[in-house]
Design a protein around this ligand. Sequence first.
Ligand code: NDP
Length: 327
Amino acid sequence: MFRAILVEKSESGQSVRVAEVDEASLPVGDVLVRVERSTVNYKDALAITGKGPVIRKFPMIPGIDGAGVVAESAHASFRPGDRVLVNGYGVGEGHWGCLAGAARLDGNWLVPVPSNFTTTQAMAIGTAGYTAMLCVMALQRHGVAPGKGDVLVTGAAGGVGSVAIALLAGLGYRVVASTGRASEAPYLTALGAAEVLDRATLAAPGKPMQKERWAGVVDSVGSQTLANACASTRYGGTVAACGLAGGMDFPATVAPFILRGVTLAGVDSVMAPMALRREAWQRLSRELDTGKLAAMTREIPLAEAIPLAGELLAGRVRGRVVVDVTR
Ligand code: NDP
């Protein structure tokens, strides 16, 4: 038996609780992982609260990411005792996830935990931080270099935003952080932001072409914010779009793309190819300041992930939250 967060559905609606689950009921998979740490990502919060259609079958153990130790393996690349992590692939959506003491997973989904990271650090990064790295890599692939101008990070005090700021500042970029929480300015500056912007300035409908400001953008907000970010990106710049914290819509025009050669680079972490994942995790292990990572992270026991989900969707959680599934 192991402890897990279990989301169930009945005629009266969705319910969530901490349950004792029989290991025999785990789904098929060639690797059994003793999960040590998981996290609460935006998508987990949608799954736990039922506020977004994340869960594709019930009952479901949420948790789109986790890190732990291999207990059993029929996969050629993994042996008992190996430290592994997983992000995405439908884990916590269609396949039982990692807000649990155990997970049975497809070995092809697993990435070794970088040797200099604990499983806690791996999950302090989690899907949000790994997605931030995918965004940085997308900007670099499109030629956004540190000397080329300011990089805007939206949803700055959230998980993706916090890690993106630390990574970009560490690489020498001048980062402008957009936040709705003015009180978090000292936190954002400590992560490496050179300037803090009130997110309201990006939230109202704006002109299709605005003053050229950004060499690059990491956007986790979407909607009007993404449209304004594109409209104020400099000639030849790139906007990495990964999130929808402000909305799923994109009320924009093609003007920045066809008149300024702006690139809109979509970033997906869930089905990202394995080579890209491994590169992202290796780069995180070399380039992310672990002092800054610790400063943006707090740890909670399993049961607290349930109330935290609502807090996260309300935009009241700063940085990253690791879940110690053993407590
Ligand atoms: P968090 O909840 O940690 O951060 C989101 C941040 O967005 C908040 O902290 C807040 O920042 C800002 N925000 C929240 N609501 C609004 C709003 N209504 N308008 C404008 N800004 C808002 O989430 P994550 O960082 O984990 O994820 C961010 C987004 O990225 C989510 O939409 C998530 O689904 C997506 N995502 C996508 C992935 C992919 O594969 N493409 C992978 C991981 C995440 P502040 O208070 O500073 O303004």
